[in-house]
Design a protein around this ligand. Structure first.
Ligand code: NAD
Length: 368
């Protein structure tokens, strides 16, 4: 039995909660615990000015609770920016469930989590994310209607990855226009890193347009299959950053753009699906700009998946979701123009644009 004294000591240890909430501007953080199912989840609601906070539920074996908290705060803020810059009437939220997605998942756990989501009365809408699947969301749906990213059989949009890939393709074409004066990718040497749900679909768009595509992944079976189906080249060395290429498409994990890798990059364009590609926004955003590389901001061009699940909220329509996703091309050109006009890196232009819409609409909502 834990003593009141120990609780007081732990709570006094640091300002580990309100300080980061204040720095990032979060509205609400909800800690969810259930002894019976072993559920330990954190729901972070960053901002609801534009609409309900939407963001997936990540199931991850975090080393400790503060790492889980940091992740959910960072990811939920990213969702606010992504929704805002894409013109969606959505706020930013995210949930993390602490555990091993291979061992700890169960129907009762997801249904208990669904009850917690339901207790927020629609202020937070969940969806699948890393470590969770549409099947898990079916369990969540049994306890709440505030869930999206459902299978097509349940009226949802199914896997959002093809739509994400389409948006990344649009963003890449816009970046090519900025770098080369036209958006034709024919003959461009493109390295796609990470041939997962998004990467594989992106490869198909690029091959169709006549790009010279090389792929790299940790999974050799995937590489072999995708290479033979699409006639692309497989890279064997994971450290390809010094290779001859026109465009680098990061579609694996985040933070692949660090000081060391950027110093060796020879490409003119970076455009990919991975979230948080810049290891340090301020340092690496500037470094890329100084090298004359056109960087298409990640949360702007990978918003197709969010646009797709947003479409579910008003009755899913694939055509409408794709039409909205196509606008990523113009949104990206707009960000390049702002960055050039204000002489700032493109990531900063994207952040400011997202923040401005939230602030402007916030003022509208306060009015009569
Ligand atoms: P995924 O898990 O299906 O695929 C990721 C792939 O990257 C896997 O095949 C994995 O083997 C590979 N990989 C991991 N580390 C690697 C490394 N060091 N080098 C090469 N390959 C490596 O994920 P996904 O759904 O395709 O998403 C890809 C990225 O895009 C993620 O960062 C994700 O957060 C982001 N994203 C995805 C969506 C979506 O709709 N799926 C939407 C927005 C953002």
């Amino acid at each position: 039995m834990i003593e009141v004294k120990e609780i007081k000591q732990a709570a006094a240890a640091s300002n580990y909660l309100f300080d980061p909430m204040s720095t990032f501007g979060h509205e609400q953080v909800v800690f969810c615990h259930d002894h019976e199912t072993g559920l330990k989840a954190i729901i972070a609601i960053h901002n609801t000015v534009l609409g309900p906070a939407l963001g997936g539920t990540r199931f991850w074996k975090y080393d400790n609770e503060s790492e889980a908290l940091r992740d959910v705060l960072r990811l939920s803020r990213g969702m606010s920016f992504k929704a805002s810059i894409s013109g969606l009437n959505l706020g930013g939220g995210k949930a993390v469930i602490i555990g091993d997605s291979k061992k700890d998942k169960s129907e009762p756990l997801f249904r208990r989590f669904g009850k917690f989501v339901n207790s927020l009365s629609g202020k937070y809408i969940t969806a699948e994310d890393v470590g969770t699947s549409t099947k898990d969301m079916e369990y969540v749906k049994m306890e709440t209607n505030h869930v999206t990213g459902l299978p097509e059989s349940m009226g949802g949009g199914g896997d959002p990855s093809p739509v994400t890939a389409y948006g990344v393709y649009m963003g890449m074409k816009a970046a090519a226009k900025q770098a080369y004066g036209n958006d034709n990718l024919k003959g461009k040497k493109i390295i796609v890193q990470g041939i997962g749900h998004v990467g594989e679909n992106l490869v198909k768009h690029l091959v169709k347009e006549g790009a010279v595509v090389s792929i790299i992944d940790l999974n050799q079976d995937t590489l072999k299959r995708v290479a033979s189906e699409n006639g692309v080249t497989v890279l064997t060395d994971l450290d390809f950053f010094g290779n001859d290429m026109d465009i680098y498409a990061p579609c694996a994990l985040g933070a692949t753009l660090n000081t060391e890798n950027i110093s060796r990059l020879k490409c003119q364009v970076i455009a990919g699906a991975a979230n948080n590609q810049l290891a340090d926004e301020t340092v690496h955003g500037k470094m890329i700009t100084d090298k004359g590389i056109v960087y298409a901001p990640d949360f702007l061009i990978n918003a197709g998946g969010l646009i797709n699940v947003y479409s579910e909220l008003t009755g899913y329509n694939r055509e409408r979701a794709l039409q909205h996703t196509e606008k990523i091309y113009d949104y990206t050109l707009g960000i390049f123009k702002m960055a050039a006009d204000e002489n700032i890196p493109t990531y900063l232009a994207a952040n400011r644009t997202a923040e401005k819409r939230i602030s402007d609409i916030g003022k509208v909502k306060l009015g009569f």
